[in-house]
Ligand binder design. Structure first.
Ligand SMILES: [Fe+2]
Ligand SMILES: [Fe+2]
Length: 337
């Protein structure tokens, strides 16, 4: 995943608070010093309310992205072309579910319950990465998601392993290891299609790359000069590298991979800039990004519906688990008496 658009704060939250007690000022000073020293902040440590809220928002949006991200690829599990590909895809989709669980658990350490977090998703108040609002039209989309979407996610997420909030940083270490497998399985699947496939299969890969390339570049979030709250997240050590820097790193890493694969990245302005020692790339359609984030992408409605349906269908499991836990607790009490 999938951290794009996750540092947005409302103006009420960014404004400085006028009155502060002396004790609060001391706690704040100690907190700032720990952040500056690169120390981890843990769940029971004092933290500014704004830092807590920012983290709850970012981690929960990240968790939502993981579980919504299971849907576009889950769509292809029954139609995977071989047993090997089916097993790989099942493992990957299951990993994404696990990432969601680590992240919901990390968000819960900040004092917000999982029910509250999921309610925000189901009622449309919480965001998730806009990339998962695009459809998976062919089998090549599954490979391209692994290569490009998980590749962009790795770029975004590796710096979060050094995030100042301990539980989030530790969850990310494990997640990044798995994302690396996701990226490689996608690339290997595409390489198979491109080197051993028919012309129709090669065309299918190119078509998938054409459709996913630009939305992948949008995954890094708005340009730095339109992302004013990033500065605060940087100061707090929640964000370590800016949106534009991460996007550039992703483009630089991907151009050679595309060449090796034999596909063309759909950007006529893509060229090596000797002076900058980076690849220049064309203008991103930020209107499309805003439309999709605002809920008007090709699959927003379908994705949210699927999550709400899964929650409703799972009610009996939650009820049974709670009834079992109550029974166990009662038995333990009787034994102790
Ligand atoms: Fe993931
Ligand atoms: Fe992944």
């Amino acid at each position: 995943m999938y951290t794009q658009a996750m540092d947005s704060l409302s103006p009420a939250e960014t404004g400085p608070r006028a009155v502060r007690s002396l004790q609060e000022q001391e706690l704040q000073a100690r907190f700032d010093a720990r952040i500056d020293a690169g120390e981890f902040i843990e769940a029971k440590d004092w933290m500014p309310e704004h830092y807590r809220k920012t983290l709850v928002r970012q981690i929960s949006q990240h968790a939502h992205s993981e579980i919504v991200g299971m849907l576009p690829e889950g769509n292809w599990i029954t139609r995977a072309p071989t047993l090997k590909r089916k097993a790989i895809l099942l493992a990957k989709v299951q990993d994404e579910g696990g990432h969601g669980l680590y992240l919901y658990a990390a968000a819960e350490t900040l004092g917000t319950s999982r029910d509250q977090l999921l309610d925000a998703l189901h009622t449309g108040r919480a965001k998730y990465s806009s990339i998962f609002n695009y459809p998976t039209l062919t089998w090549a989309d599954v490979g391209v998601i692994g290569w490009l979407v998980d590749g962009a996610a790795i770029m975004n997420q590796v710096p979060i392993c050094r995030c100042s909030y301990g539980p989030y940083a530790r969850a990310m270490v494990r997640i990044c290891r798995e994302e690396s497998f996701h990226q490689r399985q996608g690339y290997e699947s595409l390489l198979t299609l491109m080197t051993r496939g028919t012309q129709a299969q090669k065309d299918m890969v190119q078509d998938a790359v054409n459709r996913w390339w630009w939305p992948c570049l949008m995954m890094f979030g708005p340009p730095d000069d339109q992302s004013p709250n990033s500065a605060l997240s940087m100061k707090w050590g929640i964000k370590r590298v800016s949106n534009d820097e991460l996007r550039q790193k992703f483009v630089d890493a991907t151009v050679d991979q595309a060449r090796l694969l034999g596909v063309t990245l759909p950007d006529a302005d893509l060229r090596w800039n000797e002076e900058r020692q980076h690849w220049d790339f064309g203008a991103i359609d930020w209107d499309e990004f805003k439309r999709v984030v605002a809920g008007h992408g090709p699959c927003n409605h379908e994705r949210l519906q699927a999550r709400v349906q899964a929650w409703d269908d799972g009610a009996w499991v939650r009820e049974a688990a709670l009834a079992y836990a109550a029974k166990q607790a009662q038995a333990a009490m009787q034994e102790a008496a």
